[in-house]
Design a protein around this ligand. Structure first.
Ligand code: PEP
Ligand code: MG
Length: 876
C-alpha cells in the first residue's frame, strides 16, 4: 500500500481550484474556484479532505490515514479564525456542514451531515430560540441517520407524532418547545449516547461520508454509470449559513438557464425559512425561483448576476445551490449543469450568439451520445403511467400499439393499417419484415447488441430489449408481467430511451429537427475532418440518411435487400441450390431484382459515394430453421400431405448446409471463392445499375464495391480479378468505380499491407472484428456480458464502444500498415461503433477518412466527429 506520510490531505477552499477535481472532487474543486471568482464573503469558508485520504481509508479497512486528524484540526483552527467562531463554543458556536464530493457528481448517492457542532450547550449559544432548536433537531436526526444508520422513517414517525400532539399539520408550525421535545425524542431513538463533543461528531461524520462511498446505493450507481470504484470521495467541511433563520432566509437550487429547455432564463426552486435538504427531499413543495424576485428582491438580483458571472467563468451552463441568511446571499456550490439534448443544443447556439463561447467551445459542451433523443418521439413530458416492466433502453424513441407475437402477424396488421408492437423472446433475421411493419419491438432476452437492438437502431425503431420479467408464451399468444397478463391485440406503449413498457395509453410527443439542432450540425460539419456516411440498404434508408446529413452510403448489405420482401424466397433458393443449373436460374432472377434495387439506391444518393458490399450471409440467417422444418415434415406426414416429399427434401438440404458455427462458416468472400457466379451476378447488377443512373443523370455515381470477410490477400486478388473482368464485360469504363474490402478479421489487420495492394479502400467491419478478436459470439454474448460488466472485467460493452487497447489497436495497426503499402488508401469504418462518440475519437486518432453508421446516428456522428477534431487540434 502506498504511504501517505507527508502528503497534504486537507486543502482550504482558498487554496484549491477547478483543475484539482481528481484530488478535491467536483464539489471541492468548484467551491474553491468559486471562492476565488465571487470572493470570500459570498462563499462560506471551509476545507476539503482529499479523495486520496478516502482511498487510503478504504484500503486500510476503515482506518483514517496517518496525519489526517492533525491536518483536519489545523484546517479547523484556520476556519475558526476566519469565521471568528469556534466549533462547540457554548456562547457563539461555529456550525459546519460535512458533505461528500466525488470526482463525478453522484446525486443523492453519498452522505451529508448539516448543522454539525450543536450540542446541549451550543444550542443555547446559537440563540436557544426556535431556529436554534430546529437546527439542533435536524442535526440529531441527520447524524443518527447518516452516522449511526438509524432509519430515516423512525425520525419521520416521531415528527408526525409530535405534530399530532401539537395539533399542527406542517413541520414549520412546531414551536420551540415542540422542537426541544423532538430533539430529546430523537436522542432516545439512538442505541448509544448522542456525542456532545463536536470533534467526535466531526470525526464520525467524516468516516460516515467515506463509508457512504462503499454503500450499496453508491456501488450500484457507479456500476450503472461506469464510475470507477477506486476514485473515492472527498469530504467538504464548510461553515454553515442558515436558510432557516426566518422569513428573510431561504435555501434553493438555481440553474443559469432553464435546465429542461435551455432557454436563457435562469430556473430553479427555493423554500423560505428552510435548509437545503428540504428543497431536494420533496417534503415541502418549493416555489419557482421567479417568485424570489418579489420576496427577496436584492438577493434575487444578486443571484441572477452571480449566475451570469459563474456561467461566463466556467464557460458552461451552471447548476448551483444557494442560501439566503437574513437577506445575505451565499453560494454553496456550482457545477456544469447536466441537461437533456434539447437544452444542450439550445445552450450551444445561444452561447455563441451571445458571444459567450466560440463555436468549437459550444460544440464541446454537448453530450453527443444523447442527441438521437431529438429525432424520435418520446412519452409526453408530463405523462402519467404505470410501469409494467423495464428492460434495456436498446433503441431510443417511444411507440405504442397492439401486441403481436410474430413478424407475419406484424406485417398483416400493418397491411390492415393497425399499429403494432412486436413482442418476442428474441428476434432473428427472418423477423426483419416485422420490424418494418411494427412501431416498436420488445424482447425478453438479449442485450443492447442483440439482433433486435441492432436492427431496431438501424431502422430507427424504438426497442426495449432483455425485459427479463416478461414471460412470453408464443403458442398461446400471451405475455405475462407479474400479475398482469396481456394477449395479442392488447395495447402497450414502450419507451426505448428508458426501457419502460406500460399497458397505459401514454401520450407521445412528436419531434422535428429544431433550427438550433440544424445550426449545431452545420457548425459541426465545419469543424470536423472525419467524413460521415450511413449504413443504408434501401433507397428509403438512404433518403433518411441524406436528410440527417450523411455524405454517402458506407455500407449497403446486399443480402439484406430482400429480407422481408416477396423476393426473400429467391435469395433462399439461390443459397439452397443443389447444382449449378438451379443456382443459375435463381441468379438470373436475382440479377434483375438487384439491378433494380441498386438503381434506386444510387439514384437516392445523387452522386455521393455508395459502398455496396457483396453478399455476406451467415447461413443460419438465410436457410430455414431445421427444427421448425422438422415439425412441418412431421405434420405433413400425419396429414399425408402432398408437400411431404418436397419438405423432406428441403430438410435434407438444410441438414447438408447447416454449419455448427455459421458466423465462422461459408460467409463473405468464401462464398465468392466457392461460387464465383454469385459475385459475378452481383457485379453485373451493380455496373448495370450505375450505367442506368449515369445515362439518366449524366454523371456517374461514386461506386465502391466491397468484398467482405477477407482474411487472405489471395482471396481478394482472386475476387478483384473476377470483378474487373465483369466490369470489362459490362463496359464500366465510364464509371467511377473502386474495389475494396472490409477489414473484419484479425489476420487481415496483421497483413493489411499485403491486402492493401489489392484494395482501393478498406472499411473496418468492427462488429465482426470485435467478435473474432475477442472470441465472443455477437449473437450469444448478451447474458455473459452483463455479468462481465457487473464484475468490472469490462467497463463497456465492446460491441457498442471499441475495445480500444485490443480491437482498437488492430484498427490502428491495419490503418498504419495499409497506408504504408498504399499511401492513398481510403479508410472507413462501418460497424456499429461508427455511431459511438468514444469510438469515433479512436477512429479520428487512427487516421480514418470517414465513419459510417445507421441513419439515426448520423447527427451524433457529425457532432462527435467535430468534438474529436477539436480535441485533436488542442492536444499536442
Ligand atoms: C461488421 O462486421 O462490422 C459489419 C459491418 O458487417 P456485419 O455487421 O454485416 O457483419
Ligand atoms: Mg461483418
Amino acid at each position: 500500500m502506498e504511504t501517505l506520510a507527508g502528503t497534504q490531505l486537507v486543502y482550504d477552499f482558498a487554496d484549491g481550484s477547478k483543475d484539482m477535481r481528481e484530488l478535491l472532487g467536483g464539489k471541492g474543486a468548484n467551491v474553491a474556484e468559486m471562492t476565488r471568482v465571487l470572493g470570500a464573503d459570498r462563499v462560506p469558508a471551509g476545507f476539503t479532505i482529499t479523495t486520496e485520504a478516502c482511498v487510503a481509508y478504504m484500503e486500510a479497512g476503515g482506518e483514517l490515514p496517518d496525519g489526517l486528524e492533525e491536518q483536519v484540526a489545523e484546517a479547523l483552527g484556520r476556519l475558526e479564525e476566519r469565521a471568528g467562531k469556534r466549533l462547540g463554543d457554548p456562547d457563539d458556536p461555529l456550525l459546519v456542514s460535512v458533505r461528500s464530493g466525488a470526482r463525478e457528481s453522484m446525486p443523492g448517492m453519498l452522505d451529508t451531515v448539516l448543522n454539525l457542532g450543536l450540542n446541549d450547550e451550543s444550542v443555547v449559544g446559537l440563540g436557544g430560540d426556535r431556529f436554534a432548536w430546529d437546527s439542533y433537531r435536524r442535526f440529531v436526526q441527520m447524524f443518527g441517520n447518516v452516522c449511526l444508520g438509524i432509519p430515516g422513517d423512525r425520525f419521520e414517525e416521531l415528527i408526525e407524532e409530535r405534530k399530532r400532539e401539537a395539533g399542527v399539520s406542517e413541520d414549520t408550525e412546531l414551536d420551540t418547545d415542540d422542537l426541544r421535545a423532538l430533539t430529546d425524542a430523537f436522542k432516545d431513538a439512538y442505541d448509544e449516547e448522542f456525542p456532545q463533543d463536536p470533534r467526535e461528531q466531526l470525526d464520525k461524520a467524516i468516516r460516515a461520508v467515506f463509508d457512504s462511498w462503499t454503500g450499496a446505493r453508491a456501488v450500484e450507481y457507479r456500476r450503472i454509470n461506469r464510475i470507477p470504484d477506486d476514485w473515492g470521495t472527498a469530504v467538504n467541511v464548510q461553515q454553515m449559513v442558515f436558510g432557516n433563520r426566518g422569513e428573510k432566509s431561504c435555501s434553493g437550487v438555481a440553474f443559469s438557464r432553464d435546465e429542461v429547455t435551455g432557454e436563457p432564463e435562469p430556473s430553479g426552486d427555493f423554500l423560505v425559512n428552510a435548509q437545503g435538504e428540504d428543497v431536494v427531499s420533496g417534503v415541502r413543495t418549493p416555489k419557482d425561483i421567479a417568485e424570489m424576485k418579489e420576496l427577496m428582491p436584492d438577493a434575487h438580483a444578486e443571484l441572477m448576476e452571480i449566475l451570469r458571472t459563474l456561467e461566463a467563468h466556467y464557460r458552461d451552463m451552471q447548476d448551483t445551490e444557494f442560501t439566503v441568511e437574513d437577506g445575505q446571499l451565499y453560494m454553496l456550490q456550482t457545477r456544469d449543469a447536466k441537461r437533456p439534448a434539447q437544452a444542450a443544443v439550445r445552450f450551444a447556439v445561444d452561447a455563441v450568439e451571445e458571444g459567450l463561447l466560440e463555436r468549437a467551445e459550444a460544440i464541446a459542451t454537448i453530450d453527443a451520445a444523447r442527441l438521437d433523443a431529438l429525432l424520435h418521439p418520446s412519452f409526453a413530458r408530463n405523462a402519467r403511467y404505470e410501469t409494467l416492466t423495464t428492460g434495456l433502453a436498446a433503441s431510443p424513441g417511444a411507440a405504442k400499439g397492439e401486441i403481436v407475437f410474430t413478424a407475419p402477424d406484424a406485417v398483416a396488421a400493418a397491411a390492415d393499417g393497425r399499429k403494432v408492437i412486436l413482442v418476442r423472446p428474441f428476434t432473428e433475421a427472418e423477423d426483419v419484415a416485422g420490424f418494418h411493419a411494427a412501431e416498436g419491438i420488445v424482447t425478453s432476452r438479449g442485450g443492447k447488441a442483440s439482433h433486435a437492438a441492432l436492427v431496431a437502431r438501424g431502422m430507427g425503431k424504438p426497442c426495449v430489449a432483455g425485459a427479463g420479467e416478461l414471460e412470453i408464451d408464443l403458442n398461446a399468444k400471451r405475455v405475462r408481467a407479474g400479475d398482469t397478463e396481456l394477449s395479442e391485440g392488447d395495447r402497450i406503449a414502450i419507451d426505448g430511451s428508458t426501457g419502460v413498457v406500460t399497458a397505459d395509453d401514454v401520450e407521445l410527443e412528436e419531434v422535428e429537427m429544431s433550427e438550433d439542432f440544424k445550426t449545431v450540425l452545420a457548425w459541426a460539419d465545419e469543424l470536423r475532418s472525419l467524413g460521415v456516411r450511413a449504413n443504408a440498404d434501401t433507397p428509403e434508408d438512404a433518403s433518411k440518411a441524406r436528410e440527417f446529413g450523411a455524405e454517402g452510403v458506407g455500407l449497403c448489405r446486399s443480402e439484406h435487400i430482400f429480407l422481408g420482401t416477396e423476393n426473400q424466397q429467391r435469395m433462399q433458393d439461390m443459397i439452397m441450390a443443389e447444382d449449378d443449373d438451379e443456382r443459375g436460374a435463381a441468379l438470373d432472377d436475382l440479377l434483375a431484382l438487384q439491378q433494380e434495387h441498386f438503381t434506386g439506391l444510387l439514384d437516392a444518393m445523387q452522386g455521393l459515394p455508395v459502398t455496396i458490399r457483396l453478399l455476406d450471409p451467415p447461413l443460419h440467417e438465410f436457410i430455414p430453421n431445421a427444427e421448425q422444418l422438422a415439425q412441418e415434415v412431421e405434420r405433413a406426414r400425419i396429414e399425408e400431405s402432398d408437400d411431404l416429399e418436397e419438405l423432406e427434401h428441403t430438410l435434407d438440404r438444410v441438414h447438408v448446409l447447416a454449419e455448427t458455427n455459421p458466423m465462422l462458416g461459408t460467409r463473405g468472400v468464401r462464398l465468392g471463392v466457392l461460387h464465383p457466379e454469385i459475385y459475378e451476378m452481383q457485379m453485373r447488377a451493380i455496373v448495370r445499375a450505375a450505367r442506368a443512373v449515369l445515362e439518366a443523370k449524366g454523371s456517374s455515381p461514386l461506386l465502391e464495391v466491397m468484398v467482405p470477410l477477407v482474411t487472405y490477400e489471395h482471396e481478394l486478388e482472386l475476387m478483384r480479378g473476377l470483378l474487373e473482368r465483369v466490369a470489362g464485360e459490362e463496359d464500366a469504363s465510364t464509371l467511377d468505380l473502386s474495389i475494396g474490402t472490409m477489414i473484419e478479421l484479425p489476420r487481415a489487420c496483421f497483413v493489411a499491407d499485403r491486402i492493401a495492394r489489392q484494395a482501393d479502400f478498406f472499411s473496418f467491419g468492427t462488429n465482426d472484428l470485435t467478435q473474432t478478436a475477442l472470441g465472443f459470439s455477437r449473437d450469444d454474448v448478451g447474458g455473459m456480458l452483463a455479468r462481465y460488466l457487473d464484475l468490472k472485467i469490462v467497463d463497456r460493452n465492446p460491441f457498442e464502444t471499441m475495445d480500444a487497447p485490443g480491437v482498437g489497436w488492430l484498427v490502428r495497426l491495419a490503418a498504419w500498415t495499409g497506408r504504408e503499402a498504399k499511401p492513398d488508401l481510403k479508410l472507413g469504418i462501418c460497424g456499429e461503433h461508427g455511431g459511438d462518440p468514444d469510438s469515433i475519437e479512436l477512429f479520428q486518432k487512427a487516421g480514418l477518412d470517414y465513419v459510417s453508421c445507421s441513419p439515426y446516428r448520423v447527427p451524433i456522428a457529425r457532432v462527435a466527429a467535430a468534438q474529436s477534431a477539436i480535441r485533436a487540434s488542442s492536444s499536442p
